[in-house]
Design a binder for this molecule. Sequence first.
Ligand SMILES: Cc1cc2nc3c(=O)[nH]c(=O)nc-3n(C[C@H](O)[C@H](O)[C@H](O)COP(=O)(O)OP(=O)(O)OC[C@H]3O[C@@H](n4cnc5c(N)ncnc54)[C@H](O)[C@@H]3O)c2cc1C
Length: 366
Amino acid sequence: MENHGGKKRVVVVGGGIAGSLVAKSLQFTAHVTLIDPKEYFEITWASLRSMVEPSFAERSVINHRDYLVHGNIITSSAVNVTETDVITADGHKIAFDYLVIATGHADDVPKIRRDRLHQFVEHNERIRSARSIMIVGGGPTGVELAAEIAVDYPHKKITIVHKGPRLLDFVGTKAADKTLKWLESRNIVVKLEQSIDLKELSYENKTYRTSNGETFEADCYFLCLGKPLASAWLEETMLKHDMDEEGRIKVDEKLRVIGRRNIFAIGDITDIPEIKQGFAAQQHAEVVVKNLKVMIDGGRDCGQYRMENYKPQMPMAIVSLGRKDAVAQLPLMTVIGRVPGYIKSGDLFVGRTRRQMGLDSHTVHA
Ligand SMILES: Cc1cc2nc3c(=O)[nH]c(=O)nc-3n(C[C@H](O)[C@H](O)[C@H](O)COP(=O)(O)OP(=O)(O)OC[C@H]3O[C@@H](n4cnc5c(N)ncnc54)[C@H](O)[C@@H]3O)c2cc1C
Protein backbone atom coordinates (compact mmCIF):
# COMPACT_ATOMS: atom_id res chain seq x y z
CA MET A 1 0.00 0.00 0.00
CA GLU A 2 1.09 3.51 -0.75
CA ASN A 3 2.26 5.83 2.03
CA HIS A 4 1.34 9.50 2.32
CA GLY A 5 4.26 11.49 3.75
CA GLY A 6 5.38 8.27 5.42
CA LYS A 7 2.01 7.83 7.10
CA LYS A 8 -0.88 5.52 6.35
CA ARG A 9 -3.99 7.23 5.00
CA VAL A 10 -7.08 6.85 7.19
CA VAL A 11 -10.32 8.19 5.72
CA VAL A 12 -13.26 8.68 8.09
CA VAL A 13 -16.68 9.12 6.47
CA GLY A 14 -19.11 10.88 8.85
CA GLY A 15 -18.21 13.49 11.46
CA GLY A 16 -20.73 12.56 14.16
CA ILE A 17 -20.09 11.23 17.66
CA ALA A 18 -18.17 8.16 16.43
CA GLY A 19 -16.31 9.39 13.34
CA SER A 20 -15.09 12.63 14.93
CA LEU A 21 -13.56 10.76 17.84
CA VAL A 22 -11.67 8.41 15.51
CA ALA A 23 -10.39 11.31 13.40
CA LYS A 24 -9.30 13.28 16.46
CA SER A 25 -7.60 10.27 18.08
CA LEU A 26 -5.58 9.25 14.99
CA GLN A 27 -4.59 12.66 13.67
CA PHE A 28 -0.96 12.39 14.84
CA THR A 29 -0.63 8.65 14.04
CA ALA A 30 -1.89 8.63 10.48
CA HIS A 31 -2.74 10.97 7.62
CA VAL A 32 -6.41 11.50 8.50
CA THR A 33 -9.13 12.81 6.19
CA LEU A 34 -12.58 13.45 7.64
CA ILE A 35 -15.51 13.67 5.21
CA ASP A 36 -18.69 15.28 6.52
CA PRO A 37 -21.32 17.46 4.83
CA LYS A 38 -21.25 19.84 7.83
CA GLU A 39 -18.36 21.97 9.02
CA TYR A 40 -19.04 20.95 12.60
CA PHE A 41 -19.52 18.07 15.00
CA GLU A 42 -22.59 18.20 17.24
CA ILE A 43 -23.23 16.57 20.60
CA THR A 44 -26.69 15.46 19.53
CA TRP A 45 -28.14 14.88 22.98
CA ALA A 46 -27.60 18.55 23.88
CA SER A 47 -29.83 19.75 21.04
CA LEU A 48 -33.08 19.66 23.05
CA ARG A 49 -31.62 21.77 25.88
CA SER A 50 -30.36 24.14 23.19
CA MET A 51 -33.94 24.69 22.04
CA VAL A 52 -34.92 26.11 25.45
CA GLU A 53 -31.50 27.67 26.13
CA PRO A 54 -29.85 28.52 22.77
CA SER A 55 -26.51 29.55 24.35
CA PHE A 56 -26.08 25.93 25.48
CA ALA A 57 -25.30 25.04 21.85
CA GLU A 58 -22.14 27.18 21.88
CA ARG A 59 -20.37 24.33 23.71
CA SER A 60 -22.11 21.43 21.99
CA VAL A 61 -21.75 22.52 18.35
CA ILE A 62 -18.03 22.34 17.60
CA ASN A 63 -16.25 23.15 14.36
CA HIS A 64 -14.34 20.07 13.13
CA ARG A 65 -11.24 22.24 12.82
CA ASP A 66 -11.26 22.95 16.59
CA TYR A 67 -10.37 19.35 17.49
CA LEU A 68 -8.92 18.14 14.17
CA VAL A 69 -5.97 20.49 14.05
CA HIS A 70 -3.79 18.12 12.06
CA GLY A 71 -6.19 16.37 9.67
CA ASN A 72 -7.69 17.04 6.29
CA ILE A 73 -11.40 18.02 6.28
CA ILE A 74 -13.61 17.61 3.22
CA THR A 75 -16.98 19.33 3.65
CA SER A 76 -19.10 17.17 1.38
CA SER A 77 -21.03 13.89 1.37
CA ALA A 78 -19.48 10.59 0.36
CA VAL A 79 -21.34 9.17 -2.65
CA ASN A 80 -19.25 6.14 -3.58
CA VAL A 81 -16.51 3.88 -2.30
CA THR A 82 -14.14 1.56 -4.15
CA GLU A 83 -11.40 -0.79 -2.90
CA THR A 84 -9.03 2.18 -2.79
CA ASP A 85 -10.93 5.48 -2.79
CA VAL A 86 -13.92 7.40 -1.46
CA ILE A 87 -15.67 9.71 -3.91
CA THR A 88 -17.57 12.75 -2.66
CA ALA A 89 -20.50 14.72 -4.06
CA ASP A 90 -18.24 17.69 -4.83
CA GLY A 91 -15.93 15.50 -6.96
CA HIS A 92 -13.07 14.68 -4.56
CA LYS A 93 -11.48 11.24 -4.91
CA ILE A 94 -9.70 10.41 -1.67
CA ALA A 95 -7.40 7.40 -1.51
CA PHE A 96 -7.23 5.36 1.69
CA ASP A 97 -5.21 2.60 3.28
CA TYR A 98 -7.88 2.27 5.98
CA LEU A 99 -11.49 3.41 5.83
CA VAL A 100 -13.88 4.03 8.74
CA ILE A 101 -17.57 4.43 7.88
CA ALA A 102 -19.59 6.31 10.52
CA THR A 103 -22.48 7.95 8.70
CA GLY A 104 -25.06 7.23 11.42
CA HIS A 105 -28.37 8.92 10.71
CA ALA A 106 -29.32 11.40 8.03
CA ASP A 107 -30.29 14.78 9.44
CA ASP A 108 -31.22 17.87 7.50
CA VAL A 109 -29.26 20.45 9.50
CA PRO A 110 -27.37 23.58 8.35
CA LYS A 111 -23.83 23.08 7.02
CA ILE A 112 -22.31 25.96 8.98
CA ARG A 113 -22.01 26.23 12.78
CA ARG A 114 -23.29 29.83 12.89
CA ASP A 115 -26.46 28.81 11.02
CA ARG A 116 -27.01 25.86 13.35
CA LEU A 117 -26.71 28.17 16.39
CA HIS A 118 -29.19 30.54 14.77
CA GLN A 119 -31.59 27.64 14.20
CA PHE A 120 -31.68 27.04 17.97
CA VAL A 121 -32.55 30.73 18.51
CA GLU A 122 -35.44 30.34 16.04
CA HIS A 123 -36.70 27.19 17.77
CA ASN A 124 -36.54 29.04 21.06
CA GLU A 125 -38.54 31.97 19.67
CA ARG A 126 -41.23 29.55 18.49
CA ILE A 127 -41.40 27.97 21.94
CA ARG A 128 -41.48 31.29 23.78
CA SER A 129 -44.19 32.80 21.60
CA ALA A 130 -46.48 29.74 21.76
CA ARG A 131 -49.07 29.14 24.44
CA SER A 132 -49.61 25.55 23.34
CA ILE A 133 -47.13 23.14 21.74
CA MET A 134 -47.60 19.76 20.07
CA ILE A 135 -44.76 17.24 20.07
CA VAL A 136 -45.15 14.42 17.56
CA GLY A 137 -43.33 11.30 18.77
CA GLY A 138 -42.90 9.90 22.28
CA GLY A 139 -39.46 8.39 21.92
CA PRO A 140 -36.46 9.78 23.82
CA THR A 141 -36.30 12.94 21.69
CA GLY A 142 -39.99 13.79 22.15
CA VAL A 143 -39.90 13.03 25.87
CA GLU A 144 -36.70 15.01 26.50
CA LEU A 145 -37.99 18.00 24.52
CA ALA A 146 -41.34 17.98 26.34
CA ALA A 147 -39.56 17.83 29.70
CA GLU A 148 -37.12 20.63 28.79
CA ILE A 149 -40.01 22.90 27.79
CA ALA A 150 -42.14 21.97 30.81
CA VAL A 151 -39.32 22.74 33.26
CA ASP A 152 -38.28 26.07 31.72
CA TYR A 153 -41.78 27.18 30.63
CA PRO A 154 -44.19 25.54 33.11
CA HIS A 155 -47.23 27.47 31.82
CA LYS A 156 -47.07 26.19 28.25
CA LYS A 157 -49.69 23.60 27.36
CA ILE A 158 -47.79 20.64 25.91
CA THR A 159 -49.30 17.65 24.12
CA ILE A 160 -47.29 14.60 23.05
CA VAL A 161 -48.89 12.46 20.35
CA HIS A 162 -47.35 9.00 20.13
CA LYS A 163 -48.31 6.14 17.83
CA GLY A 164 -47.11 3.35 20.11
CA PRO A 165 -48.85 1.92 23.19
CA ARG A 166 -46.22 3.41 25.53
CA LEU A 167 -43.55 6.08 25.64
CA LEU A 168 -39.83 5.27 25.20
CA ASP A 169 -40.37 1.90 23.56
CA PHE A 170 -36.58 1.24 23.49
CA VAL A 171 -36.55 0.78 27.30
CA GLY A 172 -38.63 -1.39 29.65
CA THR A 173 -42.28 -0.79 30.57
CA LYS A 174 -41.41 0.32 34.14
CA ALA A 175 -39.24 3.16 32.86
CA ALA A 176 -41.96 4.12 30.39
CA ASP A 177 -44.69 4.13 33.07
CA LYS A 178 -42.59 6.21 35.48
CA THR A 179 -41.82 8.68 32.70
CA LEU A 180 -45.51 8.99 31.82
CA LYS A 181 -46.34 9.79 35.46
CA TRP A 182 -43.54 12.37 35.63
CA LEU A 183 -44.78 14.10 32.46
CA GLU A 184 -48.41 14.07 33.59
CA SER A 185 -47.38 15.56 36.94
CA ARG A 186 -46.05 18.52 34.88
CA ASN A 187 -49.45 18.84 33.14
CA ILE A 188 -48.18 17.41 29.87
CA VAL A 189 -50.96 15.63 27.95
CA VAL A 190 -49.81 12.33 26.44
CA LYS A 191 -51.95 10.78 23.71
CA LEU A 192 -50.83 7.18 23.19
CA GLU A 193 -51.78 4.96 20.25
CA GLN A 194 -52.71 8.02 18.25
CA SER A 195 -51.09 9.71 15.31
CA ILE A 196 -51.24 12.94 13.38
CA ASP A 197 -51.44 13.10 9.61
CA LEU A 198 -48.12 14.77 8.82
CA LYS A 199 -49.57 16.17 5.58
CA GLU A 200 -51.92 18.33 7.67
CA LEU A 201 -49.10 20.01 9.55
CA SER A 202 -48.70 23.70 8.85
CA TYR A 203 -47.85 26.80 10.84
CA GLU A 204 -51.20 28.38 9.92
CA ASN A 205 -53.26 25.45 11.14
CA LYS A 206 -53.68 25.51 14.92
CA THR A 207 -56.27 22.78 15.41
CA TYR A 208 -55.16 19.18 15.05
CA ARG A 209 -57.15 15.96 14.82
CA THR A 210 -55.59 12.67 15.88
CA SER A 211 -56.23 9.28 14.28
CA ASN A 212 -58.81 8.64 17.05
CA GLY A 213 -60.73 11.75 16.06
CA GLU A 214 -59.68 13.83 19.12
CA THR A 215 -59.05 17.50 18.37
CA PHE A 216 -56.83 19.94 20.25
CA GLU A 217 -55.10 23.28 19.77
CA ALA A 218 -51.39 23.88 19.35
CA ASP A 219 -49.73 27.17 18.36
CA CYS A 220 -46.65 25.33 17.14
CA TYR A 221 -45.34 21.81 16.74
CA PHE A 222 -42.07 19.88 16.76
CA LEU A 223 -41.53 16.59 14.94
CA CYS A 224 -39.54 14.17 17.09
CA LEU A 225 -39.62 11.11 14.89
CA GLY A 226 -36.82 8.65 14.22
CA LYS A 227 -34.34 9.72 11.57
CA PRO A 228 -33.48 7.44 8.62
CA LEU A 229 -30.12 5.69 8.57
CA ALA A 230 -27.56 7.41 6.35
CA SER A 231 -26.62 4.30 4.40
CA ALA A 232 -28.48 4.97 1.13
CA TRP A 233 -25.20 6.24 -0.38
CA LEU A 234 -23.77 2.72 -0.07
CA GLU A 235 -26.57 1.00 -1.95
CA GLU A 236 -24.89 1.19 -5.36
CA THR A 237 -21.34 0.64 -4.12
CA MET A 238 -19.13 -2.43 -3.68
CA LEU A 239 -20.46 -2.58 -0.07
CA LYS A 240 -24.09 -3.05 -1.13
CA HIS A 241 -24.06 -6.71 -0.07
CA ASP A 242 -22.49 -5.88 3.30
CA MET A 243 -25.70 -4.41 4.73
CA ASP A 244 -28.66 -6.06 6.41
CA GLU A 245 -32.26 -5.50 5.28
CA GLU A 246 -32.52 -2.34 7.44
CA GLY A 247 -29.47 -0.82 5.78
CA ARG A 248 -27.09 -1.41 8.69
CA ILE A 249 -23.52 -2.43 7.89
CA LYS A 250 -22.59 -5.92 9.06
CA VAL A 251 -19.43 -5.87 11.17
CA ASP A 252 -17.28 -8.50 12.88
CA GLU A 253 -16.16 -8.33 16.53
CA LYS A 254 -13.19 -6.13 15.58
CA LEU A 255 -15.69 -3.72 13.97
CA ARG A 256 -14.45 -4.40 10.45
CA VAL A 257 -17.03 -4.75 7.71
CA ILE A 258 -17.40 -8.54 7.50
CA GLY A 259 -14.87 -10.01 5.08
CA ARG A 260 -12.98 -6.70 4.64
CA ARG A 261 -9.48 -6.33 6.03
CA ASN A 262 -9.14 -2.55 5.99
CA ILE A 263 -12.69 -1.19 6.16
CA PHE A 264 -14.32 -0.56 9.55
CA ALA A 265 -17.82 0.64 10.43
CA ILE A 266 -18.88 2.19 13.75
CA GLY A 267 -21.78 3.93 15.48
CA ASP A 268 -25.48 3.80 14.64
CA ILE A 269 -24.85 2.57 11.09
CA THR A 270 -23.69 -0.87 12.29
CA ASP A 271 -25.72 -4.04 12.89
CA ILE A 272 -24.29 -4.49 16.43
CA PRO A 273 -27.14 -5.90 18.58
CA GLU A 274 -27.47 -3.14 21.22
CA ILE A 275 -29.43 0.08 21.79
CA LYS A 276 -28.12 2.68 19.33
CA GLN A 277 -26.66 5.36 21.55
CA GLY A 278 -23.90 7.90 21.55
CA PHE A 279 -21.99 6.34 24.43
CA ALA A 280 -21.90 3.02 22.52
CA ALA A 281 -20.74 4.88 19.39
CA GLN A 282 -17.90 6.41 21.46
CA GLN A 283 -16.90 2.91 22.64
CA HIS A 284 -16.87 1.68 19.03
CA ALA A 285 -14.59 4.58 18.14
CA GLU A 286 -12.17 3.71 20.94
CA VAL A 287 -11.96 0.06 19.85
CA VAL A 288 -11.35 1.02 16.23
CA VAL A 289 -8.65 3.53 17.21
CA LYS A 290 -6.85 0.76 19.13
CA ASN A 291 -7.25 -1.70 16.25
CA LEU A 292 -6.07 0.76 13.65
CA LYS A 293 -3.02 1.61 15.75
CA VAL A 294 -2.21 -2.13 15.91
CA MET A 295 -2.66 -2.49 12.15
CA ILE A 296 -0.67 0.66 11.35
CA ASP A 297 2.18 -0.39 13.69
CA GLY A 298 2.13 -4.04 12.68
CA GLY A 299 1.63 -3.61 8.96
CA ARG A 300 -0.25 -6.02 6.74
CA ASP A 301 0.59 -9.18 8.68
CA CYS A 302 -0.04 -7.89 12.20
CA GLY A 303 -1.30 -10.56 14.57
CA GLN A 304 -5.10 -10.59 14.88
CA TYR A 305 -4.70 -11.48 18.54
CA ARG A 306 -3.40 -7.98 19.34
CA MET A 307 -6.57 -6.39 18.05
CA GLU A 308 -9.45 -5.75 20.44
CA ASN A 309 -12.91 -7.31 20.23
CA TYR A 310 -15.98 -5.16 20.85
CA LYS A 311 -18.60 -6.48 23.26
CA PRO A 312 -22.13 -5.11 22.76
CA GLN A 313 -23.37 -2.85 25.60
CA MET A 314 -25.85 -4.01 28.22
CA PRO A 315 -29.32 -2.48 27.69
CA MET A 316 -28.84 0.77 29.63
CA ALA A 317 -30.13 4.27 28.96
CA ILE A 318 -30.66 7.58 30.75
CA VAL A 319 -33.35 9.91 29.45
CA SER A 320 -33.16 13.39 30.95
CA LEU A 321 -36.30 15.05 32.28
CA GLY A 322 -35.38 18.71 32.37
CA ARG A 323 -32.38 20.11 34.23
CA LYS A 324 -32.49 18.00 37.40
CA ASP A 325 -34.43 14.77 36.87
CA ALA A 326 -33.94 11.76 34.61
CA VAL A 327 -35.14 8.21 34.17
CA ALA A 328 -32.50 5.50 34.01
CA GLN A 329 -32.93 2.01 32.67
CA LEU A 330 -30.18 -0.07 34.29
CA PRO A 331 -29.54 -3.81 33.74
CA LEU A 332 -31.46 -4.83 36.89
CA MET A 333 -33.60 -1.85 37.79
CA THR A 334 -35.26 1.40 36.73
CA VAL A 335 -34.70 4.65 38.64
CA ILE A 336 -36.36 8.03 38.18
CA GLY A 337 -35.65 11.39 39.79
CA ARG A 338 -32.68 13.35 41.10
CA VAL A 339 -30.10 10.51 41.27
CA PRO A 340 -30.01 9.72 37.53
CA GLY A 341 -30.65 13.41 36.94
CA TYR A 342 -27.46 14.23 38.84
CA ILE A 343 -25.52 11.95 36.48
CA LYS A 344 -26.87 13.34 33.21
CA SER A 345 -29.29 16.24 33.30
CA GLY A 346 -27.18 19.19 34.52
CA ASP A 347 -24.53 19.33 31.82
CA LEU A 348 -25.79 16.46 29.59
CA PHE A 349 -22.21 15.10 29.40
CA VAL A 350 -21.21 18.09 27.26
CA GLY A 351 -18.12 18.96 29.34
CA ARG A 352 -17.05 15.32 29.38
CA THR A 353 -17.49 14.95 25.61
CA ARG A 354 -15.57 18.18 24.97
CA ARG A 355 -12.69 16.92 27.14
CA GLN A 356 -12.76 13.61 25.24
CA MET A 357 -12.33 15.65 22.05
CA GLY A 358 -9.30 17.41 23.55
CA LEU A 359 -11.19 20.67 24.17
CA ASP A 360 -11.70 22.82 27.25
CA SER A 361 -14.93 21.70 28.89
CA HIS A 362 -16.19 25.27 29.38
CA THR A 363 -14.37 27.84 27.29
CA VAL A 364 -15.44 28.23 23.68
CA HIS A 365 -13.22 30.01 21.16
CA ALA A 366 -15.75 30.68 18.40
C1 LIG B 1 -32.08 14.31 19.95
C2 LIG B 1 -31.20 13.11 20.26
C3 LIG B 1 -30.92 12.81 21.58
C4 LIG B 1 -30.08 11.74 21.89
N1 LIG B 1 -29.78 11.47 23.21
C5 LIG B 1 -28.84 10.54 23.49
C6 LIG B 1 -28.39 10.36 24.81
O1 LIG B 1 -28.86 11.02 25.73
N2 LIG B 1 -27.43 9.44 25.07
C7 LIG B 1 -26.88 8.70 24.07
O2 LIG B 1 -25.98 7.90 24.36
N3 LIG B 1 -27.31 8.83 22.79
C8 LIG B 1 -28.26 9.73 22.48
N4 LIG B 1 -28.69 9.89 21.20
C9 LIG B 1 -28.21 8.98 20.17
C10 LIG B 1 -26.85 9.43 19.66
O3 LIG B 1 -26.91 10.78 19.29
C11 LIG B 1 -26.42 8.55 18.50
O4 LIG B 1 -26.39 7.22 18.92
C12 LIG B 1 -25.07 8.98 18.01
O5 LIG B 1 -25.14 10.31 17.51
C13 LIG B 1 -24.56 8.06 16.92
O6 LIG B 1 -23.33 8.55 16.49
P1 LIG B 1 -22.82 8.25 15.00
O7 LIG B 1 -21.47 8.92 14.93
O8 LIG B 1 -22.92 6.82 14.70
O9 LIG B 1 -23.82 8.97 14.03
P2 LIG B 1 -24.33 10.46 13.92
O10 LIG B 1 -24.13 11.19 15.20
O11 LIG B 1 -25.70 10.33 13.34
O12 LIG B 1 -23.34 11.14 12.87
C14 LIG B 1 -23.33 10.77 11.52
C15 LIG B 1 -22.48 11.76 10.77
O13 LIG B 1 -22.34 11.31 9.44
C16 LIG B 1 -22.51 12.38 8.54
N5 LIG B 1 -22.96 11.82 7.27
C17 LIG B 1 -24.16 11.28 6.94
N6 LIG B 1 -24.14 10.86 5.67
C18 LIG B 1 -22.90 11.11 5.19
C19 LIG B 1 -22.26 10.89 3.92
N7 LIG B 1 -22.90 10.32 2.90
N8 LIG B 1 -20.99 11.30 3.79
C20 LIG B 1 -20.32 11.89 4.83
N9 LIG B 1 -20.87 12.11 6.03
C21 LIG B 1 -22.15 11.73 6.19
C22 LIG B 1 -23.53 13.28 9.24
O14 LIG B 1 -23.41 14.61 8.77
C23 LIG B 1 -23.08 13.15 10.69
O15 LIG B 1 -22.10 14.12 10.99
C24 LIG B 1 -29.54 10.95 20.86
C25 LIG B 1 -29.86 11.26 19.53
C26 LIG B 1 -30.67 12.33 19.22
C27 LIG B 1 -30.98 12.66 17.77
